[in-house]
Design a protein around this ligand. Structure first.
Ligand code: FAD
Length: 512
């Protein structure tokens, strides 16, 4: 074998750089399903199923092309259980001259595969991941000489460089960012009639994988009954098409809104297909821009959507690869509490949190504001150790791959990087959640109260968070308003809040 072309579970793209120059007469594709990828965090059943099913479908396509392949299923009795050991075995059997790999999404995986290449003495040809608009080198160049990194400047650079939503050298509509028009709540009547979610009945391959996952990872979190994610490129393209037709015109407007029991709202649900590389961000961005140019969707919606992909998605990848491996250890707020066990079951009386956790375990999905301002806000305020929060997010979402999950969790949501990702902690009381959805009226807690039997834990913990971090946050100009409100609390009120917060921590099993 000349080239052994390594394809990982999040590299399911036949146009990937690893396939450049592939010669079926002397090269071979290598893929392996290994238990380690489902156990290094406690991977939820939906997430593992999605990865394995998409891998098997991709392998089928590759083989249909007539490309020779070595594919190791998870249930092969000889399976060694880790990428490194499986690769070593393949090298010993196939004696390739070179290993070819498109840069992987996980720092950990890159180290492991590099170590195998070194140990076996086979050179590793590591290629840029063309899936992304930018390279890590582009990001490094952008970051150089800047005192502060902000997504907005990166996003503008990307818009200009790739000619997205541009009119000459000016942004379309005369503005880079229409966020001020977004972020509305639904109001009392709730969301307008929602389009049906785009779901796919599990086919034979997916059903086999579901049976395997149920048996092999029986104790792992989440349920499989509602599995309907796209597992092929064809399905992913159908999802994109349906999103652009049915949801994109309203994207943005209600981007931050929540509604009890409504999982899908006007979001795209394309993150998993993008992260597995079933979809290319360029085709997603082009479809959105075309919808604006044809008059199908307003610029506010289209710009908001494109910013998530061309801006945020590329930005967090740059942060990850320029900050690893140290980024993993960040804990700027010195948070040490344990993650409450109900994060794995949804069993809590807090209505907003129960709703977000329940749908997460049922579908492997929650939208951004649920992740940031319900689950993430709660662990931030509770003071959960960021590494435990990271392990949870990486485990439960179908779109969770470390390069994108880690900066969002550790940086944006938990402020554990001390402000690299976010200019201030995303701290808020229960009043924010009340404003953005309809969970509070039916909840046994009252977001207006910080102490007493009806006190909303979010509100209690919010004031406790400000009290606890007052000195550190005082240096942050964006926290001035919030800290000013602390002045209104007298000594007794402060003590009562601290006591209520501590009682809550003990109650949920988070106290040290
Ligand atoms: P939409 O709202 O429709 O957005 C469109 C696309 O933009 C998404 O599909 C995604 O590819 C991209 N995008 C949007 N926001 C972000 C962002 N902040 N960072 C990077 N890309 C973004 N996203 C993941 O893909 N994987 C993760 O593991 C992940 N973990 C997160 C953890 C936390 C604590 C938070 C706050 C956010 C996380 N996100 C993650 C970002 C974001 O919440 C999801 O991308 C989004 O909710 C996916 O749903 P969607 O496809 O309907 O997104």
């Amino acid at each position: 074998v000349r080239h052994l072309v390594l394809v990982l579970g999040d590299q399911l793209d036949e146009a990937s750089s690893a396939f450049d120059g592939f010669d079926a007469s002397q090269d071979r594709v290598w893929m392996a399903e290994v238990a380690e990828e489902s156990t290094h965090v406690w991977s939820a059943q939906q997430r593992t199923t999605l990865f394995l099913s998409a891998m098997r479908h991709f392998a089928q396509d590759v083989q249909a092309r007539g490309w020779p392949m070595r594919y190791r299923p998870l249930d092969d009795p000889d399976n060694r259980g880790s990428l490194a050991e499986e690769l070593m075995l393949a090298i010993n059997e196939l004696r390739p001259q070179t290993l070819v790999l498109t840069a992987p999404g996980d720092w950990r995986v890159l180290q492991a595969l590099r170590a195998v290449a070194r140990a076996s003495g086979v050179p590793l040809d590591l290629r840029d991941d063309r899936h992304f608009y930018s390279t890590v080198r582009d990001f490094t160049a952008h970051a150089q000489g800047r005192k502060q990194l902000r997504m907005e400047f990166w996003y503008r650079e990307m818009r200009r460089r790739h000619g997205v939503l541009m009119e000459g050298d000016q942004p379309a509509g005369g503005q880079w960012n229409f966020d001020a028009d977004n972020r509305a709540a639904f109001g009392k009547g709730g969301p307008p009639t929602l389009p049906d979610p785009t779901r796919f009945e599990p086919d034979g391959i997916t059903q086999d994988v579901m049976a395997l996952v149920r048996q092999r990872f029986a104790s792992h979190p989440g349920q499989l009954d509602h599995f309907g994610w796209p597992v092929t490129r064809t399905q992913a393209l159908q999802s994109l098409d349906a999103f652009v037709r049915e949801r994109l015109p309203h994207f943005g407007q209600w981007q931050d809104a929540m509604w009890e029991g409504e999982v899908w709202l006007f979001h795209s649900h394309l993150s998993a297909a993008l992260n597995l590389k079933l979809l290319n961000p360029r085709e997603v961005v082009a479809a959105a821009e075309a919808a604006w140019r044809s008059g199908h969707a307003p610029l506010t919606a289209v710009e908001g959507f494109i910013r998530q992909i061309l801006g945020w998605r590329e930005y967090v990848r740059g942060i990850y690869w320029t900050q690893m491996p140290g980024y993993l250890d960040g804990n700027a707020l010195d948070a040490q509490a344990a993650l409450p066990a109900f994060f794995w079951t949804g069993d809590t009386e807090m209505a907003c949190l129960r709703d977000a956790l329940t749908q997460t375990l049922r579908h492997g999905y929650a939208h951004h504001i649920q992740r940031l301002m319900v689950t993430g806000l709660y662990t931030l305020l509770l003071g959960v150790k960021p590494q435990a929060v990271h392990a949870w997010y990486l485990a439960v979402y179908v779109d969770a791959v470390e390069w994108v999950e880690l900066p969002n969790t550790l940086g944006m949501s938990q402020f554990a990087d001390g402000g690299l990702m976010a200019s201030k902690p995303y701290a808020a009381s229960g009043q924010y959640i009340k404003r953005m959805g309809n969970h509070c009226p039916g909840c046994r807690f009252d977001p207006a109260q910080s102490t007493g039997a009806q006190a909303c834990p979010y509100t209690t913990l919010y004031w406790d968070f400000l009290l606890h971090h007052q000195a550190m946050l005082a240096n942050n100009p964006r926290m001035g308003m919030a800290l000013k409100h602390l002045d209104r609390l007298d000594g007794d009120q402060r003590a009562a809040i601290r006591q209520a917060a501590q009682a809550h921590r003990v109650d949920v099993g988070a106290a040290g």
